[in-house]
Design a protein around this ligand. Structure first.
Ligand code: F6P
Length: 308
């Protein structure tokens, strides 16, 4: 997100716009935490993980009173448009502001990659590489000790991170919310690894799957005698966030930031800036919030063929 903030500020200043920053996202809009931001504030930050502006989970922004307060603060400072960087909740909050007539542009950033209107989101590649590094390490322990591992990755209700981490890590089973998988099917996939003479077996499970890491471990504990191998669970959790951004993410965030300023300068509002077919693209916010991003079930099936 810092790379996107840097690009927005630098390109905004280059276009002779007066730039404000907001602390803690929607909370800062409501609580009047806005301040001028200038070039020196965004130097040496393309490689910094996270956001210098801080973030918040701010459910209150759904209320009329919070939205009105945000609009009052924006109007008092004579602000013409807001650019918001974040995932599905951020795009919905921006859409709510726009429904009250305020010009907004969203930039998509979420490790879940669960938002309609973009192929990829800022943060996904970095989080994916963190998950992959962990999977590679766990595979080494798994094969040294002839063990099976379950690795649970984040993603909220979306299996994208699990699918891609599993595909890149050569997982023997990938369990996602979009494709209900029973524990005995997972056991069969793990057994398949041993049948193929592997010395280890590894399943990647999405945190949002019906049988997530805990549920699978409970099941396997109850069926230990029939299972026939030792199983360990590793939940990656929040360590997937906060890593030094990959080159891909830095470039993606920079290009989306630039595109957000260009979009505002063309007087186009109420859109989300994302990435489509290899370049920055905008999608109307009403479509973004109304639609569900499609999950690639065919790729999931192909990943399982690779593991048979
Ligand atoms: O939406 C991004 C995400 O990291 C999800 O993958 C995860 O479920 C959630 O946030 C965790 O939220 P929090 O940090 O508020 O616990």
């Amino acid at each position: 997100m810092n790379a996107a903030i840097r690009a927005v500020v630098q390109f905004g200043l280059d276009a002779r716009l007066e730039m404000f920053a907001v602390h803690q996202g929607f909370r800062g809009l409501v609580e009047d935490s806005l301040f001028h931001i200038r070039a020196p504030d965004v130097t040496s930050m393309i490689q910094k993980p996270g956001t210098i502006l801080f973030s918040s989970r701010y459910a209150e922004f759904k209320s009329d009173s919070a939205l009105e307060m945000a609009l009052q603060n924006l109007k008092r400072l004579d602000i013409d448009a807001v650019i918001g960087i974040g995932g599905g909740g951020t795009q919905r909050g921006l859409y709510d502001l726009s429904k009250r007539g305020f010009p907004v542009v969203g930039i998509i950033a979420t490790i879940n990659n669960d938002v309609y209107g973009t192929d990829i989101s800022i943060g996904v590649d970095t989080a994916l590489n963190v998950a992959l590094e962990s999977i590679d390490r766990l595979n080494i322990t798994a094969s040294a000790l002839d063990r099976a591992f379950i690795v649970e990755v984040m993603g909220r209700d979306c299996g994208y991170l699990a699918l891609m981490a599993g595909l890149a890590g050569g997982a023997d089973a990938i369990i996602v919310p979009e494709q209900p998988t029973e524990p005995d099917q997972v056991a069969a996939l793990l057994h398949g690894a041993y049948r193929r003479c592997k010395h280890s077996a590894l399943a990647v499970v999405a945190e949002g799957a019906k049988y997530n890491g805990d549920a699978l471990v409970r099941y396997f504990d109850e069926h230990r005698t029939t299972l026939g191998f030792d199983l360990r669970l590793t939940k990656l959790g929040h360590v997937q966030r906060g890593a030094t951004p990959t080159a891909f993410d830095r470039i993606l965030a920079t290009r989306l930031g630039i595109h957000a300023i260009q979009t505002i300068r063309q007087q186009t509002h109420c859109v989300m800036v994302g990435w489509k077919d290899g370049k920055p693209a905008t999608a109307p916010l009403n479509e973004v919030v109304a639609n569900k991003k499609e999950f690639d079930l065919e790729l999931l099936a192909q990943a399982h063929v690779l593991a048979t």
